[in-house]
Every structure is written in C-alpha cells, then in structure tokens.
Design a protein around this ligand. Structure first.
Ligand SMILES: C[S@@+](CC[C@H](N)C(=O)[O-])C[C@H]1O[C@@H](n2cnc3c(N)ncnc32)[C@H](O)[C@@H]1O
Length: 235
C-alpha cells in the first residue's frame, strides 16, 4: 500500500479554550474529517481539546456517526510506562490510516509546543503523510489576557517547562520568562529572581479562556494544570 492510498494524520492546534480562536484551516478540516483523535489524561476527565472543538463538530450532519477516539496519555513520569501509551495511541491511529481514513489529532495550543502530538508524529511520520496545523499557543494567548507585550526589539523570551538548575544559567539573558506546566518548585524560581534585583512584573493566568479563568499578580498558589506565569523584566 503506497503512502498516498493511506489516510493522512493531521495534528491540529486548538488554542486555549475559545472556539473562535481556531484557525479557518482547522475549522475547515474539523467540518469534514472522518476520525478525531483527542488525547485524555485520565479516563474520568473530559478532554479539554475536544470541548474546544465540540461546537464545530456538533453542527456536522454526520455528528452521530463521527468517530472520536480518546487514547490515554497519563501524566506520569515513568518513561518506560509512558512509551507504552504512546505506542498504543500510535497503533490505534495507524489502524484508521491504513483503512484510508484521515485522522485529526487535536491538541491544546500549538502542536509544536510540549504537545502529546509530537509522540505520535515521531512514530508515524516515516510511514504516513503527516501535516501540522498551527494553533494559538498558551503563552501568547495568556499575554493577551494581561495586555502586555512579551518581548520587543532584541529581547529574549525564555519558555520554562520545569524549574531546575538550568534557570540559574539562563535567567540573566532573559527579558521575559514564561513558566508553563504549573511547575512545582516556584519557590526556587522566586529565590533566583529576587537574588537578581531586577525590576519585574509577574502575572499568572489560570484557565485562560475557560470557565474558571483567573489572573493573579505574582505566582499562582493553587497551580491548576492550566496555569501560565509570565515574568517580564522591565530593566
Ligand atoms: C502540555 S502543555 C501544552 C502547551 C500547548 N501545546 C501550547 O502550545 O500552549 C500544557 C501547559 O500549557 C499551558 N496552558 C494551556 N492552556 C492554558 C490555559 N487555557 N490557560 C493557561 N495556561 C494554559 C499551561 O502551562 C499548561 O500546563
């Protein structure tokens, strides 16, 4: 079977929660695609990505027949265990692609930023046609919530997924730091920042574009999973 006879895998970035912020291209695909793959972090929780695209899907004439698969991508640290879930999801998607059906893998924000899509993309790209549709990433969406430019002129923006010793090395070169994935250990980051004696504005955006959206001065105490903290140095 040649690649062109198989279905195509399309990774679609769905942004942070506002269906109106989907790209026109994403909407066009979502109106016609036969299979949606929407990862879930646990069996009990609803897929956030799916809730963002649902208003588009529900309007489809074939909505009741639409195939929606929701493989598990649990939030665990064990890499060996995780690989089993990524392999399983990739095999599941490959079955649909082999039957000639296109699959849209929907993912929060943009597919190229800390996305579950990357794990299936790596596994399937040698045997299937894979396309990526960019989405509005969480940190640019969150910047709009606080009406503040992240970087200007030759300033450097640093995206931090985890607070560890690397920060000590790079913070002095950063004009703006974006903290993602509701990192624990923010005390360590606070200490590093305070030791620098630089003017700064710190804002945390929780659940942007969602029901329980909240903008906080400083770091988030609750740290819900959908939290992004923006630290802008003003010197
Ligand atoms: C696994 S990463 C996915 C990032 C995504 N691919 C992107 O482009 O933004 C999840 C992190 O993105 C950030 N995030 C996603 N949606 C958000 C929202 N609605 N409000 C605040 N932060 C959000 C949070 O830091 C969250 O822990």
């Amino acid at each position: 079977m040649s690649m062109s006879e198989k279905g195509k895998l399309i990774g679609i970035g769905v942004g942070t929660g506002d269906t109106d912020l989907l790209t026109l291209k994403a909407v066009k695909i979502l109106k016609n695609i036969p299979v949606i793959c929407s990862p879930k972090s646990s069996k009990e929780k609803e897929s956030i990505a799916l809730s963002i695209v649902n208003p588009i899907l529900e309007k489809r004439d074939d909505y009741k027949r639409l195939m929606v698969v929701q493989p598990l991508f649990p939030m665990i640290e064990d890499q060996k265990e995780l690989k089993k879930y990524w392999d399983h999801a990739s095999d599941l998607i490959a079955n649909y692609l082999d039957s000639g059906r296109d699959v849209a893998f929907i993912t929060l924000g943009d597919p190229s930023i800390f996305s579950t899509f990357s794990y299936v993309q790596k596994r399937l790209k040698d045997n299937y046609i894979v396309e990526t549709i960019p989405g509005i990433t969480s940190f640019t969406a969150c910047a709009s919530a606080i009406d503040m430019p992240l970087v200007e002129k030759n300033e450097i923006l640093t995206i931090v997924p985890k607070i560890d010793d690397r920060l000590e090395e790079i913070i002095d070169y950063s004009d703006c730091v974006v903290l993602m994935k509701a990192s624990r250990n923010t005390e360590k980051l606070e200490k590093i920042i305070e030791s620098r004696d630089r003017n700064k504005t710190i804002k945390s955006i929780e659940n942007f574009n969602r029901e329980n959206e909240n903008v906080i001065d400083g770091f988030s105490n609750e740290k819900p999973y959908l939290t992004t903290t923006i630290i802008k140095f003003n010197d």
